[in-house]
Design a protein around this ligand. Structure first.
Ligand SMILES: Cc1cc2nc3c(=O)[nH]c(=O)nc-3n(C[C@H](O)[C@H](O)[C@H](O)COP(=O)(O)O)c2cc1C
Length: 339
């Protein structure tokens, strides 16, 4: 249950506000995204996943993926891998980027990752999962190591509790539980009972994850699971405001959702940040920004047509123009409705 009297949690020696944090999302929650969510009150974030073996063999993308900036802290760098020796070496490499926490991905469902025995494939091999985590814990020294898991491989093998206990026993400092099986990928709904079962079974902090989309569902997750921290992924798409809404609710403060002008202003700020932080040309950076631009328009009048236009953006000035047109459309509708 969320308690205002105890609004911080501790993962190892790292203090984190007990509000809501941003989930790792490869291809989505990059530095620009994490900074935007941090600005609106996400209390902790995790990097996109990085291959432990890849890091050991090449440093091509390591700096881009592992750099931690002040606006993102506290932040974890997330590694995936299933070979204890490579994991230890990879931890040594990423420690140079000074992360607050090192997280290991044992929940990723995609074939490219599980075919190497990593991600959620480790839910089928708790022994190797514990060995890999232990190797990271030893290499990380004072930096806490956490693990993100799913409820199990499939509905017939729900084993998050057993997995969490094994990970706790080798020195893991917190467990994040996404209440879906690997077989579910992202379909169906997350089972919050399994998050509660893990929380009841271990003494380290448990981070609850899956299907939190607003302040009400965040409060619900805290009260139904007893988790120590709520983690939000897709509910933050085009909606960094979700963290502000949650912080307001948890502190019994009023919350006024952003007007369309403010939403579009923040969308443009996000796109500018993507361009600024990208090593690529403006046009290529805007390609990466397209989906974010479209998400900021979700749920508004006429958004389907405008979202399609977002997927054709090639420059910041086009985005600015589109945002202006979208504001006009929303306001003209308001005007017509009030006639
Ligand atoms: C596009 C996308 C990329 C993801 N990438 C990662 C990742 O790199 N590491 C990870 O542990 N989980 C990853 N996830 C899973 C999320 O962290 C989270 O567990 C999942 O989306 C459920 O939470 P939600 O219902 O709040 O979205 C990803 C999810 C999505 C949708």
């Amino acid at each position: 249950m969320y308690s205002e009297r105890n609004p911080m949690i501790k993962i190892g020696n790292v203090e984190i506000k007990k509000t809501a944090c941003l989930a790792p999302m490869a291809g989505v929650a990059d530095r620009a995204y994490r900074l935007m969510c941090g600005k609106y009150g996400s209390s902790y974030c995790v990097s996109e996943m990085v291959s432990a073996k890849g890091i050991c063999y090449s440093d091509k993308k390591t700096a881009e993926l592992c750099t931690v900036t002040d606006g993102e802290r506290p932040m974890a760098i997330q590694l995936f891998g299933s070979e204890p020796d490579f994991m230890a070496k990879a931890v040594e490499v990423v420690l140079e980027y000074n992360p607050d926490i090192i997280d290991i991905n044992m929940g990723c469902p995609v074939p490219k990752v599980i075919n190497t025995g990593a991600g959620s494939a480790l839910m089928k091999n708790i022994g190797l999962a514990a060995e890999t985590a232990e190797s990271a814990v030893k290499a990380a020294g004072d930096v806490p190591v956490t693990v993100k898991i799913r409820s199990g491989w499939n509905a017939d093998s729900i084993n998050a509790v057993e997995m969490a206990k094994a990970l706790e026993s080798v020195g893991v400092s917190a467990i994040a539980v996404h209440g879906r099986t690997r077989e579910q990928f992202y379909s169906g709904s997350a089972d919050w009972n399994i998050i509660k079962a893990v929380k009841d079974a271990v003494n380290i902090p448990v981070i609850g994850n899956g299907d939190v989309t607003d302040a009400d569902s965040c409060v619900d997750m805290y009260s139904k699971t007893g988790c120590d921290l709520v983690m939000i992924g897709r509910g933050s798409y085009g909606n960094p405001f979700i963290f502000e809404e949650i912080n307001a609710k948890l502190n019994n403060k009023p919350y006024i959702p952003p007007a369309i002008e403010e939403k579009m202003r923040v969308m443009l700020e996000h796109i500018r940040l993507i361009i600024e932080l990208s090593p690529k040309t403006e046009e290529l950076a805007v390609h990466e920004a397209r989906k974010h631009a479209a998400w900021y328009m979700n749920g508004c009048y006429g958004s389907a047509k405008f979202r399609a236009k977002c997927y054709q953006l090639t420059s910041y000035s086009e985005a600015e123009f589109l945002a202006g047109e979208f504001i006009k459309l929303q306001n003209s509708r308001l005007h017509n409705d009030s006639q």
